[in-house]
Design a protein around this ligand. Sequence first.
Ligand SMILES: Nc1ncnc2c1ncn2[C@@H]1O[C@H](COP(=O)(O)OP(=O)(O)OP(=O)(O)O)[C@@H](O)[C@H]1O
Ligand SMILES: [Mg+2]
Ligand SMILES: [Zn+2]
Length: 258
Amino acid sequence: MNQPEKKDNPNKIRHLIGVMSGKGGVGKSTVTYLTALALKQKGYRVGILDADITGASIPRIMHLPKYEMKVCGDFICPVETESGLKVMSISFLVDNEEQPVIWLGPLLSKAIRQFWGDVLWGELDYLVIDMPPGTSDVAITVMQSFPLHGFIFVTTPQDLVSVVVARSMQMAERMKVPVLGLVENMSYFICPHCGEKTKFFGQDETEKLARQFGTELLAQIPTSVELARLPSQGLNLESKLTREVLDQLARATVQKLA
Ligand SMILES: Nc1ncnc2c1ncn2[C@@H]1O[C@H](COP(=O)(O)OP(=O)(O)OP(=O)(O)O)[C@@H](O)[C@H]1O
Ligand SMILES: [Mg+2]
Ligand SMILES: [Zn+2]
């Protein structure tokens, strides 16, 4: 018997953005979620692809409960949140979130390609991809198999971080993926008691990095108790800090891709 022909991929995605760093723990997943949410709030159709297969954290950040994957014809349906964000993560496909994904490079790369080709994203204005840390097989697969419009690079204002981020920005350039700009996370700290701003790193590392690559600083996000509690308590959409951060991210992203 002939296998039925797989239908053409019906996804129409206007802008495909990767959130990258090279460095671990600087806030890629947080920035991915905040950027997607910011764009959604502006009325765009938005999806999040969690490409961090071995360190998937988007479902936790977004408080998505264990999800029974649904099949739509020849495709897998992404999870759709109440606010209408479409999300796909390896966590949805394993029984237990804490179970490690122990796969070798080729399998990781295959999973990533399936997230692109076998998921029914439908029509989206933006698909935001949470990249794994480092410059692994998975990162390279994303760069090679997805028609990325560019990367947002997340950094923190520390010289040790900038060096690693610079390396990964060079890799993006070599792979011909444009650098859209930098988001500086943990830029400063706002005292929860008196509201004073402290720049504990105090240097202009991110400005220097932006100049070195001829790109710009898109947004600055403070270290805050509010954002630190995102995975446990969720986001307070009413707070001044949240509104300012979402506004910066939406405006910069829309403008860069216009
Ligand atoms: N601006 C911030 N203020 C306070 N805490 C933050 C902020 N940004 C991120 N965090 C916290 O720092 C930790 C790392 O953030 P996140 O998981 O987004 O980083 P990541 O770069 O995706 O990490 P990984 O490399 O492991 O994927 C998380 O616990 C997160 O809640
Ligand atoms: Mg992450
Ligand atoms: Zn204080």
